[in-house]
Design a protein around this ligand. Structure first.
Ligand code: ATR
Length: 277
């Protein structure tokens, strides 16, 4: 019998996850399916229990149910518990367990491309303090960085990240105008807000006027792949990291959790880029 995987969310009919996971299966020579279960909120419980009863190998859960899934699970990975959101579910020792691979997957994607960035000397700035930023912050504080600051429109939301911190990290919360003025301090900036996303592709969350050359500017927005912020970063001598990498690496990590096998990525990132163009 082949792998039985899937995704619960709404709306998900344009999801790239089936394509990504079928690529992984093909590369590992595994048979199986990754099915979209587009589910309205009043059907969530029923769909989740159906998948559990079917003894699927695992499933992903996406917007808007990453929090709502939690009470339906038996166990949570400590990071998923801290983040307060789950995107990957697997049965372990008889218990349906929730993981969050978004942040760890994102960090793996940056580390693969810019390994030299991962030292205590690199200063990091996160733009945004929503659900995606929370997972990314929790993953970044487990790396060697000693400074990881957060800029957000609503300061309170950024302040709520502090309990997720590790002792070796210091975190300041900034407004976007403070971040703009102090931008030259940072070696790595990650943009996690929805600003710049289609259809508002000309918007950008802050000015890169004071960007230090060679700073890595990463944008998790992947529609469009080349955001106005990233174009601006290139013009100012920055290095860029595009959002589709997070999409691919969070999937790779989920696949590893389900199968204990790491799918090779080879050309999948380039193929994904072509699909998103
Ligand atoms: P996600 O799960 O994608 O992170 P989210 O939890 O809704 O989505 O978070 C959206 C993020 O984008 C937040 O940081 C939000 O800022 P606030 O916390 O102040 O709401 C940010 N955001 C959305 N629209 C914005 C805008 N027009 N200007 C600045 N920040 C914006």
């Amino acid at each position: 019998m082949g792998l039985s995987l899937g995704l619960i969310g709404y709306p998900i009919n344009h999801s790239l996850s089936p394509w990504i996971h079928h690529q992984f299966m093909e590369k590992l020579g595994l048979e199986g399916e990754y099915v979209l279960y587009e589910t309205s909120s009043d059907q969530l419980k029923k769909t989740v229990y159906q998948l559990m009863n079917k003894q699927v190998d695992g499933f992903n859960i996406t917007v808007p149910y990453k929090q709502d899934i939690i009470p339906l699970l038996d166990e949570l990975h400590p990071d998923a518990e801290k983040i307060g959101a789950v995107n990957t579910v697997v049965k372990e020792s008889g218990k349906w367990t929730g993981y969050n691979t978004d942040g760890q997957g994102y960090v793996r994607s940056v580390k693969t491309e810019f390994p030299e960035l991962f030292t205590s000397k690199s200063k990091v700035l996160i733009l945004g303090a929503g659900g995606a930023a929370r997972g990314i912050y929790r993953a970044l504080v487990q790396e060697p960085f000693s400074t990881i600051d957060i800029a957000n429109r609503t300061l309170k939301k950024a302040e709520s990240f502090i309990p997720l911190k590790e002792d070796h990290v210091s975190t300041d919360v900034l407004s976007f105008s403070e971040a703009e003025e102090n931008l030259y301090k940072y070696d790595y900036i990650v943009q996690t807000t929805s600003v710049g996303m289609k259809p508002n592709i000309n918007d950008k969350v802050l000015s890169l006027r004071k960007l230090k050359p060679k700073t890595v500017v990463s944008d998790i927005v992947y529609q469009p792949l080349m955001t106005t912020l990233l174009k601006d970063a290139i013009d100012r001598g920055g290095r860029i990291h595009q959002g589709h990498a997070m999409l691919l690496y969070q999937a790779q990590l989920a696949f590893e959790i389900w199968t204990n096998k790491r799918p090779p990525l080879d050309d999948t990132l380039i193929k994904l880029e072509e699909r998103l163009r």
